[in-house]
Design a protein around this ligand. Sequence first.
Ligand code: CDV
Length: 312
Amino acid sequence: MARVLTVGAAQLGPIQKAESRTSVVNRMLALVEAANDKGCDLIVFTELSLTTFFPRWYMEDQAEVDQWFEAEMPGPDTQALFDTTRQYQMAFHLGYAELIEEEGELHRYNTAILVDRDGQIAGKYRKVHLPGHDEFDTERDFQHLEKRYFEVGNLGFPVWRFLDGIFGMCICNDRRWPETYRVMGLQGVEMVVLGYNTPSTNSQSDEAPHVRAFHNLISMQAGAYQNSTWVVGVAKAGCEDGHDLMGGSAIIAPTGEVVAQCRTLDDELIVADCDLDATKFGKETIFDFARHRRIEHYGLITERTGVELPPE
Ligand code: CDV
């Protein structure tokens, strides 16, 4: 049987600091309605999708920090998202800041979930590659304090059997690392879904915005091609309280080709029919890992070059 999923990538425009979660969820519900009109099986939202990208703000008061986190999922503000998507039998992917008590201690993660057509959480991922710094940095044009507010994710890069396919998740900075895709690729991943909040400019250099947009796409396209998997990358875009975020949300085929891409820096839905069986060709030919990977030789090459490895 054909395994074609109609997938919506639901880019969000800017969320100002003052915007309430209710207002953001209403915007997301409008995108769910649009996705339902287009027959979507799955809608993919972005990283930290319920609030402004708060790690750009330096905070010392833990109570102030915690107002950006969700202690429940679904919670009072997000229940409507679960109810509406279930009514449409549409699965979804959502990124949020997770506050959780485990073994008697509070933990904070940059988290994403997969929710099935019946509104059940089927998978959870916690961001591993946290960018930025943990103290106020006077050298930067603006702050990026993910290392201050989140712990490194402790769930690895698992994959899930979901919607007739094999799904994986990662979050924003993770998408730049080949290991992210490879670990999931080795488990046979067929679709990687991810969200990102990426500033249009570099806070530490004059890197051009078009180069940054290029790095966004090249990372996801390479990950898709080299692991023969679909990649759905969804931005939060536009100007949040004076801070510009890039857009460019894209649905990328296992060939590495972009099949749909957002044009605006606003709330925008793009849709593509994604054939999960299209992952087979690459997995059975040039990227047939069982036949062609040469793990033993990767070790030999490292030894022979005599290059000192960087510390862990
Ligand atoms: N939210 C992110 O992880 N952003 C990073 C920025 C800081 C470079 C990214 O990789 O897009």
